[in-house]
Write a protein of this length. Structure first.
Length: 372
């Protein structure tokens, strides 16, 4: 039996989205496909909170994060990287691989990234051309305050680039209102589709930076993607993963039917249910001091007498998949994703199972690891 995917991506793909991904092949240069592509792109704009460019990038999220670096920077350029989680760190590492100097700030994973700290980093490194950060850092469950950080970046004349891979579609994102320059998401989390397709929202200042950026790029050239999309019959460079586009369109239709605000409320509700259960079961969040928590996942510190690996194994034996901790939290943490097509009833089932496991642990029953 397929386990219930309570992981922070990939997430359960609803039946109608699976069906869209099983349609007969449509040619990626056909009018039918152009319509499909533009419908998906158009439907994504309200999730990003932009009326501007949204580019499909044939890659998972990491490829689009890399493309964001190669399209906007030249070798030796500097940026400030908000590193209060694994995904903030990961983006900084990608930039460094390409010869961009990343000044790390907010390196304490247990607290929210503060705009004053980012401002201090920008003051200390006035040549920084951008601030890069994760909106929801999937390793900790932090929801960083993009609006406040964008405010200080703007005052310093730096671009604001956001990894919204684990938030877009599950938490409000306001590209224009927050004055963001570039944001990245991917198909397999709140967009309830198979992995393999990313999307990048990009604004006027970022396009300006793109014109002079000298890092090498070819397949991921944003200007070429924009040009292909602007054709009379819109398309993408290369052979488009047409079924992924069809899935994302179907998923976005489902989101529209539910209503975006209701979707956000459902995510908040599921996050609250999870946090309450954590307290009721005598456990703690992995980072209880975070000021703002992501509605799409919860990172939980396992009780002292119960390892996270045992919890995950026992959850799996009950047909429920939860995720391991990441980076420095791997030894202590497990993560529950409550995003995309996941419903409060799925969360209830997960928390009930967790309650049973913790209660059994408290009674000090010998726990056997399940293989697989
Ligand atoms: C916040 C965040 N950024 C980036 C990524 C990497 O995306 P992908 O696995 O699609 O390459 C993930 C994946 O978990 C993520 O959660």
């Amino acid at each position: 039996m397929t386990p219930l995917l309570m992981t922070p991506g990939p997430t359960r793909v609803p039946d109608r989205v699976l069906a869209a991904g099983a349609m007969p092949m449509v040619h990626h240069r056909s009018e039918d496909f152009s319509g499909l592509l533009m419908s998906a792109v158009g439907r994504l704009r309200p999730l990003f909170g932009t009326r501007g460019d949204v580019l499909p990038v044939h890659s998972t999220g990491r490829g689009a994060l890399e493309a964001a670096i190669t399209n906007l920077f030249s070798p030796g350029d500097e940026l400030v990287a908000v590193c209060n989680g694994r995904f903030g760190e990961m983006w900084a590492e990608i930039a460094e691989r390409f010869g961009v100097v990343a000044h790390r700030c907010c390196e304490d994973w247990s607290v929210s990234a503060g705009a004053p700290e980012v401002e201090a980093a920008l003051d200390a490194h006035p040549r920084s051309r951008a601030v890069i950060l994760a909106h929801s850092d999937t390793s900790t469950g932090a929801l960083n305050d993009v609006a406040a950080i964008a405010g200080v970046a703007r005052r310093a004349g730096a671009l604001v680039m956001v990894d919204a891979v684990s938030s877009l579609g599950g938490a409000p994102f306001c590209f224009e209102e927050w004055d963001v320059d570039l944001a990245v998401t991917a198909s397999q989390k709140c967009l309830m589709s198979s992995p393999g397709l990313a999307f990048v929202a990009i604004g006027a200042r970022a396009w300006e930076a793109q014109k002079t950026a000298r890092l090498p790029r070819s397949y991921f050239e944003f200007a070429a993607i924009r040009k292909s999309l602007a054709r009379a019959r819109p398309e993408t460079p290369g052979t488009t993963p047409v079924h992924l586009v069809a899935q994302v369109k179907a998923a976005l239709e489902q989101i529209e039917e539910e209503g975006l605000e209701r979707v956000y409320d459902r995510h908040e509700k599921m996050a609250r249910m999870t946090r309450s259960a954590v307290t009721e079961l005598g456990m703690s969040l992995q980072c209880p001091d975070l000021e703002r928590l992501s509605p799409t996942l919860t990172a939980i510190r396992a009780p002292k007498d119960l390892s996270p690996a045992v919890i995950r194994d026992q959850m799996r034996s009950r047909g429920i998949l939860v995720a391991r901790g990441l980076g420095r939290f791997e030894p202590t943490c497990f993560r529950i994703g409550h995003m995309g097509d996941i419903r409060p009833a799925d969360v209830r089932r997960t928390l009930d199972a967790l309650g049973d496991i913790v209660a059994a642990g408290a009674r000090s029953r010998p726990l056997q690891r399940v293989r697989g």
